[in-house]
Design a protein around this ligand. Structure first.
Ligand code: ZN
Length: 517
């Protein structure tokens, strides 16, 4: 019996091997859900940045057997470098009274992880405009520009004409998806603006900023959100930036004495609301709470004249603002009603702003709020049909210095295992978190080279407003140029792996949706 079983096994193995080499074409292809999308060829499809990234993601998808997605959600933590993720993890754990170092953020639990190379076409260390275009359109481009290929210099309208690139959002809208953009920054700021606009300058957020170049045909970013021509336009746009949508004669609904910024007389809020009975405008928590997002409502939510509050300051807001997690839940509720699928971008936009201010405390609090929004998305979606991809557009110069003992408060002064302050060679204590540059510089121009690093012994370095020390002075701390992380889970997320060019992210999303080859 034994020998005949063995023989049978051997025989069938031989037959299988034979089949594999001779009749592989007969084997049925694995069942891949298809959502009936039409492959499109965007105008940028011949760009060498596009074709190179396309080939790399296609090869990875094949090797790893990547599936198809009905929906995608891309979370962009603006300026959320890897040191920010590590520090936010420790901060989150310690805030819960747990061991910070071994704590897990939701994003960390995703199975497919990669590094993203963030340089732009013309800068080693990039800005949020070029990096957002890379992720939304699959090409690297010049820093400061939105919605164009590499042949456009920032601020040059004449040179931009004819160099437009298409975004994932315009492709999705053209195939009847529902689309939404959520950000804690102004909704006209670089990262969200890359989903719906073409602007040679990221600064042209309202008509007055475009100035005379409007005569050449360039339009401000706020008006492009309202006039977004793809499909039936965005279903949801929620964030800050109200003043770019109001005229300079309209009073702000929240702050007395403030008005909108527009000089062209266009009341973009009224234009949005006039599009249909479903189009609604909200500007505060009460308005947000009054909406049934499980309906056909289309929402322009602008909760501040400029950026929304930092999470640290949100409880003190005059009119009340929803959290990023609440905004994300509302967006998923609304967009997931669409059988055709949805594309959603959620930006944690103010991690970056806190870092620019040399203020690690607010950066970490915002990074944790961002991770809370990611957890909400995981809980509300089905991984078999929705991909969630989390990344940053670029890093910052924040570092985590040695050698504080395990369990030391991440925002605190570095201390030994017995609680003694660690001291630098100037004899003074230092914080674990610091910046290479920025407003917290230990020496300023006024010191003329003769300066001492401030003594932190009696400073409350964990206070929300504390600015960490930095090596050299800059009014605004700068972005960092090293790679950032990508974390992905759900349908199609096997396309994320290895060391990726940032513009490969577009293909990880668009190929999974079946929109591009
Ligand atoms: Zn920035």
């Amino acid at each position: 019996m034994k020998s005949s079983l063995f023989s049978a096994a051997l025989l069938s193995a031989t037959m299988l091997a034979g089949c594999a080499t001779q009749t592989a074409v007969v084997a049925p292809a694995p069942a891949v859900p298809s959502y009936g999308r039409t492959i499109v060829t965007p105008v940028q499809a011949e760009d060498s940045y596009y074709t190179t990234a396309q080939a790399r993601v296609s090869a990875r998808a094949e090797t790893r057997g990547a599936g198809q997605a009905r929906n995608v959600i891309i979370f962009v933590g603006d300026g959320m470098g890897i040191s920010t993720i590590t520090a936010a993890r420790i901060y989150a754990g310690q805030s819960h009274g747990l061991d910070g170092e071994s704590y897990q953020l939701t994003m960390e639990t995703f199975p497919n992880v990669a590094l993203s190379k963030t340089y732009s076409d013309n800068f080693q260390t990039a800005d949020s405009a070029a990096t957002a275009v890379a992720m939304m359109s699959g090409v690297k481009t010049d820093s400061g520009t939105l919605g164009f290929d590499r042949n456009v210099q920032a601020g040059n309208c004449a040179a931009s004409l004819g160099h437009e690139v298409e975004s994932l959002f315009s492709m999705a809208e053209a195939q009847d998806f529902s689309t939404g953009v959520v950000s804690t920054a102004r909704i006209t700021h670089a990262t969200p603006a890359a989903t719906y606009s073409h602007s040679p300058s990221r600064d042209w957020e309202f008509d007055g900023a475009v100035g005379a170049q409007a005569e050449l045909g360039c339009r401000d970013i706020a008006s492009q959100l309202i006039d977004f021509p793809a499909g039936d336009g965005l279903e949801l746009a929620m964030g800050g930036g109200r003043s770019n949508f109001m005229t300079n004669e309209q009073a702000d609904p929240e702050y007395e004495g403030r008005t909108g910024r527009r000089g062209d007389g266009r009341d973009l809020v009224a234009e949005w609301s006039a599009k249909s009975d479903d189009h609604t405008f909200i500007y505060d928590q009460a308005g947000f709470d009054a909406i049934d997002f499980d309906s056909d409502v289309r929402v322009l939510g602008l909760f501040e004249p400029s950026h929304m509050q930092f999470e640290q300051d949100r409880p003190n807001d005059t009119a009340g603002e929803p959290s990023l997690s609440e905004l994300t839940a509302a967006a998923i509720t609304r967009l997931s009603r669409d059988e055709d699928g949805f594309v959603l971008m959620v930006e944690g936009g103010r991690i970056d702003h806190a870092h620019h201010g040399g203020n690690a405390h607010r950066a970490l609090v915002d990074a944790v709020a961002f991770d809370d929004a990611i957890r909400t998305a995981v809980e509300m979606t089905d991984a078999s049909e929705t991909m969630i991809l989390v990344t940053a557009d670029h890093s910052h110069t924040m570092t985590i210095a040695g050698y504080a003992a395990r369990g030391n408060p991440i925002l605190g002064l570095a201390r030994s295992e017995v609680g003694a302050l660690l001291r630098a060679s100037d004899g003074r204590p230092y914080t674990t978190l610091g910046y290479a540059n920025g407003p917290g510089a230990v020496c300023t121009a006024a010191d003329n080279g003769a300066c001492e690093r401030g003594d932190l012994t009696d400073v409350d370095v964990e206070a929300p407003d504390y600015q960490q020390q930095s090596t050299y002075p800059m009014g605004s701390e700068t972005h960092g140029g090293e790679d950032v992380a990508i974390f992905a889970t759900g349908a199609g997320s096997e396309r994320v792996g290895g060391v990726m060019e940032q513009n490969e992210i577009f293909f990880a999303l668009a190929q999974s949706l079946g929109l591009v080859d």
